[in-house]
Design a protein around this ligand. Sequence first.
Ligand code: SF4
Ligand code: SF4
Length: 449
Amino acid sequence: MNYPDNSYENSGKTRTFSEIQARIDTGDAVVLTAEEITARVRAGEEVAFEDVDVVTTATRGIMSGTYAVFSFKVSEPDSFVRASEVYLNGIPAVVGPCPNERLGVLDLIVLGTAHSKTDPRYGGGHLFRDLVEGKTITVDVKPAGDSSGAPSGIPSFSIETALYEMPFARLYATRHAFKNYKAFVNPGKEPLNTIFHALPFEGEFKEMTFCGCGALNPLENDPELKSIGIGTRVLINGAEGFVTGPGTRSSAKNPNLAGFADLHDMNPDYMGGFVTSGGPEIINTWAVPVPILNPEMLKTILRQDREIPLQLVDLAGRLPLCEITYGDVWDGADLKVRYKPEACLECENCEVDGICPMGAITKTSEGKTRHNPGLCFNCGLCVSRCPGGAFKAELGAVRCTAGGCMREIKVTLRQSDRARAVKAAKELKEKVLSGEFRLKEPVEKIGFD
Ligand code: SF4
Ligand code: SF4
């Protein structure tokens, strides 16, 4: 199919994917990250259709709709016929759908939101990151009995393995890269456990959490999916992958994407587990090139955070409370959280080392607090919980009328890591310009009923 189609109403100026790729190949194309292009507009610059060919966009956040498929050897052929239960580092796997066990090979599906049977702070997201980091994992296998229910007579066994020993390891997205994320408050009196907070969510409008990278988000830059479709090449956690279609519950108003990429090629910095008060969740990062096919697309791309709505909802019933914008939560906010060891009070019981959703805060044997910036998600939870103010970041506050009066509600947790999204968009830009990443025209548009 040809992009753009003729239904676009614009000034008559259009470009095709191949024309843009040809300009990239000759070094004539201008490729900017979504952050760079919006910064130019903020600085008062006029950006015209002729000034830019491709914008690289990205988002990093909690994306529950994730699973992985693995296939690897666990025993010699004919050692057992079926496996009834398999655990990877304590995470339950679905065995199958192909029955390869007689060959000594397991085909497994592991959900990104699956939880360890032994460690409440370990989930599928942690497992996938550990594998990509090259760590060895333990696989526990329980052979199944026959169809009459009699036991197999073959004892359960365990093996150690690692990603390089798995010929097949792919991550699949069933619902990623949402366009429409939300911000949450708890108007009730009692704290609530939820996947939208790392601790019980305090009531009476005392705090706010939110998701979404605003103007950097791929589907905020191409909300009508004019350039993104089935077959679009993207980076998922730094690995080349493809869009396979709309994700679950995707609609014209609230689109999201499905896709896949190979775990062997991923960068662990972009992924991982995030422990919420509702259990461990999974983090992923998408970077998507948006070729600017016509001036209409550019208009959307030039929007600032303050022009992108964000709905503040009641955590319990998801009832809308008020409309804010991504400008309210990102303008003036620090993207990175910094640790100032000199401010640490060396409290007997550190308030933050056990609550960090990433496990990025630890105590040394000498009682000193350590912050691992490579693991840190920049969520900001430690900022309001550390009595010494050793963790620093401006997270901002939102003013809105909710519950019958005007309130100022402080952001205490961000479930999107914009600092890493900026990095991912930059990395994609460099790969596009160097020719390492080639634009891929979709084979089919994503339509909605
Ligand atoms: S809570 Fe803050 S000040 Fe106290 S030990 Fe932990 S990091 Fe240091
Ligand atoms: S911002 Fe603080 S609480 Fe959040 S991941 Fe980083 S160290 Fe942990």
